[in-house]
Design a protein around this ligand. Sequence first.
Ligand SMILES: [Mg+2]
Length: 292
Amino acid sequence: MTSSVTVEDLPETLPSIRGFMFDVDGTLLLSDRSLDRYEVLPGAVETLAALRDRAIPFVLLTNGSAYPPSEQAARLRKVGLPVLDEQMITPSSVTADHMGRRGVKRALILGTRGVGHALVEAGIETRHTGDPHAQEVDAVYVGWHPDCGMKDIETACQAIWDGAKLYVASDVPFFATKQGRTIGYSFAIVGAIRRLTKASIILTGKPSLHALRFVARKLGVSMRDVGVVGDDPAVEIIMARRGGATALGVTTGMTTIEEWERQRALRRPHRVLADLRELPRCVGTLERESVN
Ligand SMILES: [Mg+2]
């Protein structure tokens, strides 16, 4: 079986897909924030199972950084999604990798316990507001931080004025939940830090190419051979288009079919799927392709 596939029904110009990246919120599930529960979206379980059974590589990339990847994967398995720990990517995975390559040794974390977990695992010393020497770091990393206070902002700014780089998990103002659109905390926190410091950001979540490059390496394919599936034109679709990957939009999250049709240029997916039930049909062609 070859891993190179062409998706049926798509325009002939559509490039081949050799591995898939799925967004989580609005694509595979909707979280019910008031009950701390997930509603799995139609076709999500079947699609991932079909890819697994056909040995087509896939990963999940969420911009959520609240949980370490292995904990997030376990939560998704509990609701039936067939996801291995190593298939779950969060911005913190990308951040740890990028910091490692740049020689970052110490980082100030603005986030919950889960945010810094991947960094600790990568051997980076993490500090938090209130720790001794909290601001003496090479980098500041902002993630999911619902309890962020002014002391956190102030410590981060001091670190940046002393030369630390500013890393951000997500620079997206909203994401889809069962209650409708919900604000992204790191977007708001970084807004405050940047008003004070004017620092530029290193974005490690979607739509950054750091994230897509990390995904492609995990899948063992080039960026151009990744099929990116998501619900947000300004997040997954822009990332896919910038990296030369194939962009597939779904209507189960942030974006209705009418809104998808209005998207232009970098925000326009190669194809819109009503929901993930339409993807296995495409995947069904893969085995036929591989026979030839
Ligand atoms: Mg989403």
